[in-house]
Structure formats: C-alpha cells, structure tokens
Design a protein around this ligand. Sequence first.
Ligand code: SAH
Length: 275
Amino acid sequence: MEEVRTQSKKRKRNKPRKSQNNNNPSHQKNKVTHEPNQSSSALAHPTKSSTFLDKMRARLSGGHFRMINEKLYTCSGKEALDYFKDDPALFDMYHTGYQEQMSHWPEQPVNIIMKWLKNHNPSLVVADFGCGDGRLAKNVKNKVFSFDLVSNDPSVIACDMSKTPLDSSVIDVAVFCLSLMGTNYQNYLKEAHRVLKPCGWLLIAEVKSRFDPNTGGADPKKFSKAVCDLGFSSVLQDYSNKMFVLLYFKKKDKQKSLMQEIEWPELKPCLYKRR
Ligand code: SAH
C-alpha cells in the first residue's frame, strides 16, 4: 500500500502521458499497448529487448491503473466524471489494468450476477451502475441500462451514476458490481432507490476487504443498516467467496418517511498491490 501511495503522489504531479508510444497512429494515441515495440534496438535483440520492453510497459501500465484506481476511490462521482472528461484515454488505461487484476480472481462477481439474472425472469429490467465494458448487458437476455463515466460502446450511457437519466420506479434490478467507488457512494444507492420499482432488487458485489472491520473495512452490519434505512430489506448476504461479498436487498413496498439522518459507514478504497 505504501508503494501505491508513493507512486500516486508522483503521478499526481505528472499525469500519465497521453501517448505511450510515439509510433502510434493518432487514433491509437491514448491507448496503452502491449504489442512489442518495433524500435531498432528491439529488432537487434528481439527476444531479450522485447521481453524487457514488455515488462517495462506492463509496469508502467500497472502504475497508471493503480493511480487511476486510487483517484476513483478517493473523489466524488462528479470529480471522477470531470477527470475522465478531461482525458478519456485514462478510462481505457483503467480498464486494461482492471481486467488484468480480474484475470487473477478465481471467479468474477459479474458472472455470478449474470447467473442470478439467468435464474430469474428475463423480463426483469436491469440498471447496471458502473458497468465498465458493459459485459453484463451483452450476456443476458434482459433489457439492461448500462451506466459508466465513459462510454466506448453505444449501449453504455455516460454519466455520473448519482444522476442517471432514468425515470423513477422503472427498474426491477439495480446492480453495483465492484462499482461503489466514490466518496459519495451513498448518492449512487439513493439513485438506485429512486429508479427501482417497489420490491425491486438491489444487488451489490464488493471487494471483501472493504467490509472486513479487522483490516480497517466497514462494519457490514452498519452498511446493511444504512441501506435498509434508505428503504430496502436485506434478503441475503453471501460471504462465501474469498475475494468479494454479494449483498442482496429488495426495495420496500412502502417507504416510511425518514426521521433521522442515515449513518453511512465510510468504505475504504480498494488499492491493488503491484504484482
Ligand atoms: N461492473 C463492471 C466494472 C467494475 S469497475 C464489472 O464488474 O466488470 C467499476 C466501474 O465503476 C468503473 O468502470 C468506473 O468507471 C465505474 N464508476 C465509478 N464511479 C462511477 C460513477 N460515479 N458513475 C458511473 N460509473 C462509475
């Protein structure tokens, strides 16, 4: 973690360069590439140099991923939206690193959510909050509204998910798969509550350590209580996976007017270690 913090300070002063490879055509300018570089030194010693360059590139891209990841966990959704508006290439960098990290997980939570949807009526309308590359929508029969900060796909709606363009009470299932990232995460859950129909589902998959009080994570009971105070009932909490927890809630049919402020526990950032 110390290592991540040190790196992040350095990068804050020096944002990742838009182009990692001067040979890139302009339309690829902002992409981090893992292709071997065609420089003369690489050609002279193809095996040794390209391995070295590949390693250096992977290290650089891993560093960028960890920096962007930390930024997303430590700013509000509005700031995150502006951050990516400023330089949408950072979003690609983030997702290259994210997929790399995920490839080491024995099971990806998004697949469990897909299975859950496949076991329910395909007529359920879904909102995927923080959809990433929108793979949930691509793999289920349901109508899915996919939201993320940047849209690289026409099916993804770019917005800060605390303010989606959806009408109220139109969604059957709201999904947050590893996406409760902002410091104002409660606003995302409030938005989910607004767009969900009465008795609609709220499915949350989150990194396990964020809900482990023994390692500085939030108390899952406090989190669950806050979500219930917002107007949900807890249906199931699944801690069986080593990497993530799955929390299933249902929106209450009738909401009592709230007399007191909801106490939202702080959710610590999930900082990935250098591999
Ligand atoms: N749910 C996907 C991606 C998880 S990565 C999956 O499981 O594969 C978390 C995603 O949440 C990122 O793509 C990030 O951009 C998005 N995100 C974080 N804060 C957001 C916000 N305020 N509004 C919209 N998307 C957000």
